[in-house]
Design a protein around this ligand. Structure first.
Ligand SMILES: CC(C)(COP(=O)(O)OP(=O)(O)OC[C@H]1O[C@@H](n2cnc3c(N)ncnc32)[C@H](O)[C@@H]1OP(=O)(O)O)[C@@H](O)C(=O)NCCC(=O)NCCS
Length: 143
């Protein structure tokens, strides 16, 4: 998992602040800590991790985080499957919404979240190591 995060975020070296890149390129030890704290869902192909997403429930909201798909396997529905998995997890735990923060430069991710019904819900100027963060949310139907 750590090597997938490192490879994916190295693609953005010229577009994202160094502090943000460091936070998104964990060591194996750091990934072990993440997994202890939050549920993670992964997609494997031939035994290799090619897609990862994490999430965390707080009160009645579920944050989707740390979404990455191996560049060799993009546009095959893996990111969508991981997004749907988090939505299902949130529904199962009776959350009211799934939310996430992203960056305007991550246009593929934004297109994907929009495709799955997420809508822009806010903007935090300079919140991510000086880069602007954009918030998206998907409100779950109440039963
Ligand atoms: C965003 C990301 C996870 C998408 O993964 P993926 O497996 O390629 O996504 P999918 O194949 O499920 O694509 C879902 C939809 O996203 C949109 N999309 C994905 N890549 C796109 C691209 N290059 N151009 C335009 N739209 C794109 C499309 O709407 C696509 O649906 P379609 O293929 O039916 O047109 C992947 O591009 C990635 O890892 N990016 C770098 C890391 C990142 O941005 N993480 C998100 C942090 S918030």
């Amino acid at each position: 998992m750590a090597s997938l995060f490192r490879r994916v975020w190295s693609e953005f070296e010229d577009r994202l602040p160094p502090g943000l890149l460091d936070a998104r390129r964990p060591t194996t030890e750091e990934v072990k800590e993440w997994i202890k704290q939050d549920p993670f869902f992964i997609v494997k192909i031939s035994g290799e991790v090619v897609g990862v997403v994490g999430c965390s429930l707080e009160d009645d909201s579920c944050q989707l985080k740390r979404m990455v798909v191996d560049p060799r396997y993009r546009r095959r529905g893996i990111g969508s499957a991981l997004t749907k998995r988090v939505i299902d997890y949130a529904k199962h735990h009776r959350a009211r919404k799934v939310w996430l923060d992203t960056l305007p430069v991550l246009t593929e991710a934004i297109a994907m979240y929009r495709k799955h019904g997420f809508v822009s819900s806010g903007y935090l100027r300079g919140a991510l190591w000086g880069a602007d963060a954009e918030l998206y949310e998907f409100v779950l139907p109440s039963k």
